[in-house]
Every structure is written in C-alpha cells, then in structure tokens.
Design a protein around this ligand. Structure first.
Ligand code: F6P
Length: 361
C-alpha cells in the first residue's frame, strides 16, 4: 500500500506528533505499507514533489513543533481555475496522485484543507483528513490538535500582562489569533482572567467597552485586561461589507489599535496593545496535544487499514470517530451565543462588549 501524506495551511504544534502516530500505526499494523511525504502541502501535490520516507524519519518528532513535511497556503478558490492548457490545480493533483500510484492520501489541515480534500475525494482519490488548527473551528469535531497548546501560550501571555497591567494601572488589549472565530480568545480570556472578551461572533460597542473600563476604575481597579480576537469587530464594522470595512480601517488589519485609542481618549486611561502573533503557533506541543495527536494519527491508520476513505477524523464527546469529508467541507464551527463558556463568563461579570446581561447558565 502506497500512502501519500501532506500538511497544509497554517502550521501548529502537534502536526509532527500526528504524522508520527499515523506512521507508527502503519508500520506496526499494515504489512508492506510505504509512506510518501509530499512537500509543502497541496503545493507539492500540484508540482509532484514526493519523497519516500523511512521508518526512522518518524522518530524523535513527537515533541517538535512545525511540520517535517513543510506547509503552504493554496487558496481553495484557485483549485478549479484552468491554466492556458485547460488544466486546473485539481487536475494536476489527481494526475500526480495517479502517476505516483498512490493508494491513498492523508491530509492534515484546517477548513480550507478539508474543502480541497473533499474535492480530491470526489475526483476519485482515496483521502483521509485530520483536523488541525489553533483556531478550533473545524465543524464536526469538539477539538482540533494545536488548539490546547496555543491556549496555554495565550493564557501565559495574559498572566504575564496581568502583572505589568496591575503595576502601571493600564488597560491592556491582547490580540489573539482567530480571524473568523473566537474559540481561542474565549478560552484564553477565561483561563487568563480577562475582564473583557471580544470575539468575531459577538460584535462590540466601543462605548460598552469604555463603560466597563471606567466602572472598574471607579471601583478601585485601575487596570483592565481585554482579550480581543484578531477578527473582532465593532457593531458599526459588522454592518459593513468587507471592502468598506477595509477602507474604514485605513491600513490597520485588525480593530485592536483603533479600540485602544478609543479607550484611551474616552475612558481617559493609559492603554497598550500586545500582539503575540505567530508565537501562538510555534514551539512544542503540550502533553495534551501530544496525546490527542497520537490518538488522531493512530485512528487515521485504523481507517486506512479498514479502507474507510473519504473521511476525516474527529473527537465527539471524548470519543474518537470520523465524519464524511463532504459533510465537513465548507462548514465552520463558530462560537454561538449559547456557548457554556460565554454564559459562565457573563455569570462572573466578564463583559463581551455587547452590553448583554447574564440570563442564567
Ligand atoms: O492557522 C490559523 C491562523 O492561525 C489564524 O488564526 C490566523 O488568522 C492565520 O492563521 C494567520 O495566518 P498566516 O500564518 O498565513 O499569517
């Protein structure tokens, strides 16, 4: 059995641990299987950059961040666009899959990767997906690998900001990754004891944010911690079309600095912003992510053994299982207003910037 494997989209801690868990299952349980590494995600599948891996290539990588296979972002929108010869990237990928006589392809990636994986599956390739992303936004799984490690990094970041914010009596905004979804910001905000949590799913009113800062100041708490997702937006921005919003932001990619200035001017407190950025995606996976990755990787090996293709591995209610790729493709798992952590946040006085009150857990 000839198995191609690739990692696509933004990297995260745990990719190598999944690759290792999968490979170890394969070498231990499936006789005569060989694993072919595909370089830099779908880019390598398009251009045909394949290399046969040895069993020893998978040793010593459990705790190493990044990916031994390399990765890249290949926009889904361009997959079916034909070149001057009438050939699309999808055609090239299917051609390389066949030319290299692959029996199946294992793809580790996020929402975009799953959409392309589903296309490949529809085009006749045997595909198994694995849910990667620090954003935790893949539909059909309770958790993705990489999320918990990023959560630890962000929580430590908020902890550290807490002490300096308290010393100086400042309002500090910590911008956390998550362009479309606020899972990481919500969880890190609660774990780090943030006073205000702003996520893309709940547009904020800047005056509500200022009110909270002022209220804290008047009650003797000079400092305020705001966990803000990179995709957070004010109610005014949420009502705009994307292009209009970009123009309104006037060169600033996120709302964070605008809000910081607004707070400083309107609440009259000294304000700073902190952007941990790609630190959130770098470094070693946490023990939790190593366990999860090993579990997901070995389960993908089991699916291979059973010939159960066109699936993506998932964890639902602590049980390892799978979804059909076609069911997951194109869907996003958002934080909804009834999320338990939102309710718990409101119950302990955290503001989500929308002025809504706690209505029960
Ligand atoms: O992996 C997802 C993500 O971390 C998002 O939260 C973030 O918006 C994006 O990747 C950043 O991507 P890039 O590494 O391409 O700048």
């Amino acid at each position: 059995m000839k198995i191609g494997i690739l990692t696509a989209g933004g990297d995260c801690p745990g990719l190598n641990a999944v690759i290792r868990g999968f490979a170890k299952y394969v070498y231990n349980q499936i006789p005569n299987a060989e694993i072919i590494g595909i370089q830099d995600g779908y880019r390598g599948l398009i251009s045909g950059e394949f290399s046969k891996l040895k069993e020893s290539d998978f040793s010593g990588i459990l705790n190493i961040g990044g990916t031994i296979l390399g990765t890249s972002r290949q926009p889904f929108k361009q997959m079916k666009v034909e070149d001057q010869n009438g050939e699309s990237r999808l055609d090239q990928m299917v051609k390389n899959y066949k030319k290299n006589k692959l029996d199946l392809l294992v793809t580790l990636g996020g929402a975009g990767t799953h959409k392309t994986a589903s296309l490949l599956s529809d085009a006749g390739c045997n595909v198994i997906g694995l849910p990667k992303t620090i954003d935790n936004d893949i539909w059909g799984t309770d958790v993705t690998f990489g999320f918990h490690t990023a959560l630890e990094i962000d929580t430590e970041c908020i902890d550290r900001i807490h002490t300096t914010a308290a010393s100086h009596g400042r309002t500090m905004l910590i911008e956390i990754m998550g362009n479309k979804v606020g899972w990481l910001t919500l969880y890190a905000g609660i774990a780090g004891g943030a006073d205000i949590i702003l996520i893309p799913e709940i547009p904020y009113d800047p005056d509500e944010v200022c009110n909270m800062v002022t209220k804290r100041y008047e009650s003797g708490k000079a400092f305020t911690i705001i966990a803000i997702a990179e995709g957070a937006m004010s109610k005014k921005e949420a009502a705009m079309k994307k292009a209009e919003r970009l123009e309104y932001r006037n060169g600033e990619a996120t709302a964070t600095n605008r809000l910081a200035r607004y707070i400083q001017e309107n609440a009259g407190v000294e304000t700073r912003t902190v952007i941990p950025g790609h630190i959130q995606r770098g470094g070693n996976p946490s023990p939790y992510d190593r366990l999860l990755s090993t579990e997901l990787g070995s389960f993908a090996g089991k699916l291979v053994q059973e010939g159960n293709f066109g699936k993506t591995v998932a964890i639902i209610n602590n049980q390892i299982t799978y979804n059909r790729l076609s069911d997951v493709a194109g869907k996003t798992k958002y934080v909804d207003e009834d999320n338990q952590m939102i309710k718990i946040g409101r119950s302990i006085g955290i503001s989500f910037g929308d002025g809504k009150k706690f209505k029960g857990i």
